[in-house]
Design a protein around this ligand. Structure first.
Ligand code: SF4
Length: 503
């Protein structure tokens, strides 16, 4: 029996209700279980849907077998993610046969892409909810109450960027070739008034500061799935961060498809830097970071802001996707190894002790051995702290789908493994250099690998994506608690993980 990966506050002590659920009606509340797949952006959508349901009187459960209603919030990023989503839907559908579950709802990116097919081919699915329809989770699940009035202000896009409008005119967001997709692009964006139940441990939270994307990357269908770029209001993000801090959150990670465009749609220059500055002034927060920076949107002001505030982690996640100028041109991203190396040198100059993460797509259509070697050389030279590599995967609806000279899956995987083996050596060396260093550690609790060890993260580790710090020693007089910060010394290094003792 699968344990639902996400659950709400009703049965789980470590979940933090951001807005308390309304008083429940005397009738037995409907039990709702959530499975949230994909990235942290999808996780925030799940948290918002859980908040809406809890406010309407539903009870959240982490056990699929106890759920009257199961919601699967899907991912459609690449083929393997789509397959995982379908497998999970089918697995959860099993709870309707001879189980307690009465309703199965499918939400998220897979719905935006395959709305009709899900309905047609998986008859166990009772309702679907797209990424732009989160408030419809109430109608889809049948959970409703008088308090469940949808917030009607934040769901409307008030502004768009000229860049997005121009791309829209060029057909960037067109879903015409998609069988069954609704023509209206998602324009939903939650606000600080929207109820939300954290599914992360109580000491950390993601905040989605923007949604959608206007960039033209040819391998990506996220703009069609999520709509045009739009930012949340500055005051709304700050209000949410303040409330989270009051409820015990100490680390905030800002997310969006592209966080570095934040505020451009309402004419704000250096919006992300201004936002970070404001969040760093919230007393109870200890770490603030952001993910998903677009390379040519990193300004001097942003770097100076990171460098100038202790609470803003000296950490940047800049997905570069490739380093060969010709491949990047075909990806419609621009840049190249030389430009990137100059930019990285500047980042490291302005932000001392910067931790730099990136990711690449390997095996893009037409990628020659020479272009791949350029990428390998670049990785050797750039010396990233963290790096991910994805094999190119064809997406019907992305413009790269029509490109010829596709590489075989086997060759793509060979190149991906080769690139990762280069990074493994770099990571090993970098981690070894940390032995003996004293760093602040946020303790997360017992290690997932063994109960004999504790586990935590330093400012160099973003939640969920980077390596781990195992804690194998601490002074007798302390009783280390999850969610607390401790000074530690790094005592051992592995390829990606570290071992530390609390001082
Ligand atoms: S910037 Fe990211 S989300 Fe936007 S189109 Fe490119 S890859 Fe997709």
């Amino acid at each position: 029996m699968k344990d639902l990966t996400i659950s709400g506050s009703a049965e789980s002590e470590e979940k933090t209700p951001v807005n308390p659920p309304a008083e429940r009606s005397p009738a037995r509340p409907q039990k709702v279980g959530f499975v949230s797949l994909g990235c942290p952006k999808n996780l925030v959508d799940s948290e918002v849907m859980m908040g809406l349901l809890a406010r309407a009187g539903a009870e959240l459960t982490r056990r699929a077998e106890d759920a009257d209603i199961i919601v699967v919030n899907t991912c459609s990023f690449i083929e393997s993610a789509q397959q995982e989503s379908v497998n999970t839907i089918l697995e959860m559908a099993g709870h309707k046969i001879g189980g307690k579950t009465k309703k199965l709802v499918v939400a998220g990116c897979l719905v935006e892409r395959f709305r009709d097919q899900i309905r047609r081919d998986i008859p166990e699915v009772d309702a679907v909810v797209g990424t732009g329809e989160l408030e419809k989770i109430l109608a889809a699940t049948g959970v409703s109450s008088q308090t469940a009035t949808p917030n009607n202000s934040p769901f409307v896009v008030l502004q768009s960027r000229p860049e997005g409008d121009a791309r829209a005119a060029q057909g960037r967001f067109s879903r015409e070739s998609w069988d069954g997709a609704v023509s209206d692009l998602p324009n939903y964006l939650y606000d600080d008034a929207t109820p939300r139940i954290l599914a992360t441990p109580g000491h950390m939270a993601y905040i989605k500061i923007a949604e959608g994307c206007d960039h033209p990357c040819t391998f990506c269908i996220i703009p069609q799935l999520r709509g045009q770029f739009r930012s949340r209001r500055f005051e709304s993000v700050v209000a949410e961060a303040e409330r989270l801090a009051q409820s015990g959150v100490r680390e905030i990670t800002l997310i969006g498809q592209d966080t570095t465009c934040y505020g451009e749609d309402f004419g704000l220059k250096d919006g992300l830097a201004l936002l970070l500055e404001k969040l760093a002034a919230i007393e109870d927060l200890r770490w603030v970071r952001f993910l998903y920076a677009y390379p040519n949107k990193i300004t001097g002001k942003l770097l100076e802001t990171i460098a100038g505030h202790e609470k803003i982690c000296s950490y940047m996640d800049v997905p570069l996707q490739h380093a060969s100028a010709s491949v990047l041109k075909r990806m419609k991203r621009g840049g190249g190894a030389d430009v990137f190396l100059r930019s990285i040198a500047k980042m490291r100059r302005v932000v001392p002790d910067l931790t730099l993460r990136t990711s690449f797509i390997v095996g893009f259509p037409g990628e020659t051995e020479k272009e791949f070697e350029e990428l390998c050389d670049f990785v050797r030279e750039a010396q990233f702290d963290w790096m991910g590599a994805f094999g190119y995967s064809d997406q019907d609806g992305a413009s790269a789908y029509a490109l010829d000279k596709k590489l075989s899956p086997r060759e793509i995987e060979r190149r991906r493994k080769h690139l990762m083996s280069i990074q493994r050596q770099i990571s090993k060396k970098k981690k070894k250099a940390l032995v003996g260093r004293e760093l602040d550690l946020l303790l997360e609790g017992e290690s997932e690998e063994t109960e004999l060890l504790l586990e935590g993260r330093t400012a160099m580790h973003a939640p969920e994506i980077d390596g781990k710090v195992f804690v194998n020693d601490f002074p007798e007089e302390i009783d280390p608690q999850p969610g607390q910060f401790y000074r530690c010394e790094i005592t051992e290094a592995h390829d990606y993980d570290l071992v530390a003792k609390i001082l």
